[in-house]
Design a protein around this ligand. Structure first.
Ligand SMILES: NC(=O)c1ccc[n+]([C@@H]2O[C@H](COP(=O)([O-])OP(=O)(O)OC[C@H]3O[C@@H](n4cnc5c(N)ncnc54)[C@H](OP(=O)(O)O)[C@@H]3O)[C@@H](O)[C@H]2O)c1
Length: 319
């Protein structure tokens, strides 16, 4: 089953980090890559994260559809992974599946990302010898696809949780799906949180120093990141961890430009594993926790797992 990842630039500078032969007039696309017999392409729009979220949504969606149809027709791709903010602008992939011009399968890759996010939380706590039962968790973007799944899994493990989103009605809806000790907030109410997970479609850094308690742990899943490199430099007490990355075994020649060497986004890992499994299904919208658990098993089977914690791609010491 042939797959392709469909992403976009984070910032303008990324275009310079792409191999020149991948950059075409309208789009970016790699030659065919072969991973132990499973074939795929890395493709993307030339739009930056800020453009993805500011250009009228109909226009961005049309660009996504045009590229999806191109890779379907030119490269016989049957499965597309929606990378970064392409999920947010297509209602979790549901919009793309409804378009008659594209006939293949769609996976947002958020199931394995959510599984890996939870693993990252527990690995960080273990490293710092902390017990979640003593701690307050905050999840920013809590009713988003990843936010909802990690809320369902993590809230019962923590002493208390603060679920953050911009829309009151969506927070109310989320409340009905959860058990445990939690509150909701429409502002960035993270000052008392010991652990913060970011999973937002906000296209730039969102967290400021005033939002962060001393020695806070931040699992930054958002792409682009919601906690800036500069703030981490200014506040060395912050334990920031890249969320949503797994290690890429050497036998898979699938290095994505502009991301740390030897790493792969867990959403991309999910679609590679789905193609290897030849599973002809869509994985769009809200996450099915059974499928999330299955992606964890696939991760072990294909050795696409979280082995080391990193911060902006640098291994966190004594890990
Ligand atoms: N590392 C990885 O492998 C990986 C994989 C997949 C996704 N991601 C990243 O993870 C993030 C979430 O992805 P997703 O698919 O879960 O997206 P999603 O379903 O669109 O959820 C994003 C949520 O963020 C909320 N949000 C946006 N701006 C906010 C703000 N300023 N304050 C509070 N909430 C805000 C949105 O709320 P509204 O709906 O009200 O706007 C939405 O609920 C994205 O940054 C994506 O690029 C990373």
């Amino acid at each position: 089953m042939k797959f392709a990842t469909l992403g976009h630039l984070m910032i303008e500078k990324n275009i310079e980090q792409m191999p020149k032969e991948w950059v075409y007039d309208k789009w970016i696309y790699s030659p065919e890559m072969n991973l132990n017999g499973t074939k795929g392409h890395i493709t993307g729009l030339k739009l930056t994260a800020k453009e993805m979220m500011s250009i009228p949504i109909e226009k961005v969606r049309q660009e996504i559809l045009d590229l999806a149809v191109f890779i379907q027709d030119e490269f016989n791709v049957e499965l597309i992974q929606l990378g970064a903010l392409t999920t947010s602008v297509t209602s979790g992939g549901k919009w793309l599946v409804e378009q008659k011009e594209y006939n293949g399968f769609v996976n947002h890759g958020d199931s394995y990302t959510s599984a890996v996010t939870c693993q990252t939380v527990f690995k960080s706590l273990k490293k710092l010898e902390k017990n979640p039962g003593d701690l307050t968790l905050a999840i920013i973007g809590a009713y988003g696809i990843i936010g909802e799944a990690v809320s369902k899994i993590l809230i019962t493990q923590f002493k208390h949780s603060i679920l953050i989103g911009r829309r009151e009605n969506k927070l109310k809806e989320l409340e009905t799906k959860l058990k445990g000790s939690f509150e909701t907030a429409t502002d960035i109410k993270t000052k008392n949180a010991d652990v913060i997970i970011t999973a937002t479609s906000h296209p730039t850094a969102l967290l400021k120093s005033k939002h962060l308690k001393k020695n806070v742990i931040v699992i930054d899943v958002s792409q682009p990141p919601n906690l800036s490199y500069n703030l981490c430099q200014k506040r060395p007490d912050i334990f920031r961890v890249d969320g949503g990355f797994v290690d890429l075994p050497k036998q898979y020649p699938f290095q994505i430009p502009a991301i740390p060497k030897g790493k792969i986004f867990s959403c991309v890992a999910e679609v590679i594993m789905q193609a290897m499994e030849k599973e002809k299904q869509n994985h769009i919208g809200s996450i099915d926790i059974k499928h999330l658990k299955k992606t964890g098993e696939w991760g072990k089977k294909y050795k696409l797992t979280l082995n080391e914690l990193t911060n902006f791609g640098i291994k966190i010491k004594s890990d």
